[in-house]
Design a protein around this ligand. Structure first.
Ligand code: SF4
Ligand code: SF4
Length: 144
């Protein structure tokens, strides 16, 4: 994937929108029907083109995402470029951790910073899969 495309599909907080079901529903009718049935999503905006394109109006957020607004105010592209990084908005949380990918933001940001956007975009779907589907092996990380 080209760097520009990877940038468009990667939110400033590190979430990879390219692997978000609300985005992937554009090519998957069954997934689209499933997403449309989720009451907490702004379903009228499906399929979502990604955080940067909707300027932080993530389908899972009321109004504009506070992290997106904060990144804009700090005039950075990614949170790791901010002097306050890592702040409480990126704090891992057990709440909703089995359904939402908030706990992989900091890991994703590390990958982007150290390996580059293009490489990150290639491995982002697997990172998410390891998080939600991997079997944890202490010392080896989540195994697929
Ligand atoms: S902005 Fe939100 S809903 Fe849209 S693709 Fe990104 S994570 Fe998914
Ligand atoms: S304060 Fe936190 S959320 Fe805001 S740009 Fe900095 S690291 Fe990101």
């Amino acid at each position: 994937m080209k760097k520009a495309q990877a940038f468009t599909m990667t939110a400033p907080c590190g979430i990879y929108c390219g692997a978000c079901e609300a985005h992937m529903a554009k090519d998957n009718t069954a997934l689209m029907e499933r997403m449309k049935s989720i009451k907490t999503l702004k379903t009228e905006m499906l399929p979502c083109p990604g955080c940067r394109t909707v300027r932080g109006k993530c389908l899972a957020v009321d109004g504009t995402c506070e992290t997106y607004t904060c990144v804009t105010e700090h005039a950075v592209d990614f949170c790791f470029e901010c002097p306050e990084f890592p702040c409480v908005k990126l704090n891992p949380a057990a709440d909703l951790a089995e359904r939402l990918p908030h706990n992989i933001k900091a890991f994703n940001l590390c990958c982007i910073q150290h390996q580059g956007l293009a490489k990150f975009a290639e491995k982002a779907p697997e990172i998410k899969q390891r998080y939600f589907r991997g079997k944890m092996a202490i010392g080896r990380g989540p195994q697929l």
